[in-house]
Design a binder for this molecule. Structure first.
Ligand SMILES: Cc1ncc(COP(=O)(O)O)c(C=O)c1O
Length: 385
């Protein structure tokens, strides 16, 4: 392989996703596992979506509608944009990939922040780009420093808003100022995978920029989180028609499978599920804040469905210790946050379980006791339902 591979791909460390529930059960011999690792929707599949998938199950021998006609029509009207201003992808992950494929040549520069979604770096490096990570300020994107780092080689700036894994956000005035400061030939990708969970009043209305016909802005959103369709892989981008048409040349003709399209249509029609999801996340976040405050544990206030928590100890060990108790969270070491874990907001009982186990751990950590060798930390402790 060495003599035919691309050196910049050889050097890449592959993305490590959150551990699947079945794998954890198998490896640790646990019966019950709570997964708070991948910012998924804790409510499970919506009933309307389940019905849509069942209704269309007998059509899987047919190729999907490559144009996503029905979904495009419905979504465009919902968002108040034109149909030709939307592109669908196999998750918003694919759209990040298409942007790099479409616009970045080997040696070009792509900019984002440190402690942001790792996919930006991964995809950029696969494309042979020089990926530049700008340090954060107080766990927030430093847009002034990003603007200053833009040079003639820069093609794309990725801004996750709210950001994964910090849960922080860029406000409307900050974004306005930033967009006015960047050259028109640099593409600004506003990745809003978590926008449905935002409660901040000064969060920007990103579609406003597209409607203002800023040709260098693309907004990415996904059905994976608030709509609960992570397993079906469907996301979308909104931008001016010319940009969408260009990206359409880069995508595979059948990039979005038919079940994902039917399910997304049904999900858009299930407002109760969306509202319930928002409520569960908002209440769950507040509950976790209260408990963490009581424990005097530091965390970053979040506008998303997860919280970044300072575990005061090697995050890989904390992850392992919680795993043995049947709770899967995410160690943030790969993001350069060596003592931090990211915990997705779950259902009430899942959050309570996490708090109970984390409380025990933090007490041991503070007493200077090892958290992994301790026999009391082994075994299946989750209550039967
Ligand atoms: C910031 C951000 N963008 C994009 C994605 C990708 O979402 P999907 O490919 O499931 O649409 C994620 C997933 O975790 C994310 O955190």
């Amino acid at each position: 392989m060495k003599n035919i591979s691309k050196p910049y791909i050889d050097q890449i460390t592959p993305y490590v996703p959150g551990k699947p529930i079945e794998e954890v059960k198998r490896e640790l011999g646990l019966r019950r596992v709570i997964k708070l690792a991948s910012n998924e929707n804790p409510l499970g599949t919506s009933r309307k979506v389940r019905r849509a998938i069942e209704d269309f199950a007998d059509q899987v021998h047919l190729y999907p509608d490559g144009a996503c006609f029905e979904l495009r029509k419905t979504l465009a009207s919902r968002l108040g944009v034109r149909e030709k201003e939307i592109i669908f992808g196999n998750g918003s992950d694919e759209l990040i990939d298409l942007l790099v494929k479409g616009f970045v040549r080997e040696g070009d520069k792509v900019i984002s922040s440190e402690k942001s979604f790792l996919e930006y770096e991964l995809v950029s490096r696969v494309g042979g780009a020089d990926f530049t990570e700008i340090p954060m300020q107080d766990f927030r994107f430093d847009l002034k420093a990003i603007s200053a780092a833009i040079d003639a080689k820069t093609k794309i700036v990725f801004i996750a808003n709210p950001n994964n894994p910090t849960g922080t956000y860029v406000s409307r005035p900050e974004l306005d100022e930033f967009l006015d400061s960047v050259p028109q030939n640099v593409l600004i990708c506003l990745d809003e995978a978590y926008d449905d969970f935002v409660e901040a009043e000064d969060f920007p209305d990103s579609l406003f920029y597209v409607k203002l016909e800023r040709p260098n802005v693309i907004v990415l959103r996904t059905f994976s989180k608030s709509y609960g369709l992570a397993g079906l892989r469907i996301g979308y981008g909104i931008a001016c028609a010319a940009l969408i048409e260009y990206l359409g040349k880069v995508r595979q003709p059948f990039n979005v499978n038919s079940l994902a399209q039917y399910a997304a249509l049904a999900a858009l029609d299930d407002e109760d599920y969306l509202n319930k999801t928002k409520r569960v996340v908002s209440e769950g976040r507040d509950y976790l804040y209260r408990k963490l405050d009581r424990l005097k544990v530091k965390y970053i206030p979040s506008q998303a469905n997860f919280i970044l928590i300072d575990a005061e100890y090697n995050a890989d060990n904390v992850f392992q210790a919680l795993l043995r108790r049947g709770i899967v969270v995410r160690s943030m070491r790969a993001y350069g946050l060596k003592d931090y874990i990211r915990v997705s907001v779950g259902l009430g009982r899942e959050n309570r379980c996490f708090v109970r186990e984390f409380k025990r751990l933090i007490r041991q950590i503070r007493k200077g006791r090892p958290i992994l060798q301790d026999e009391s930390l082994k075994g299946d402790i989750l209550p039967n339902e």
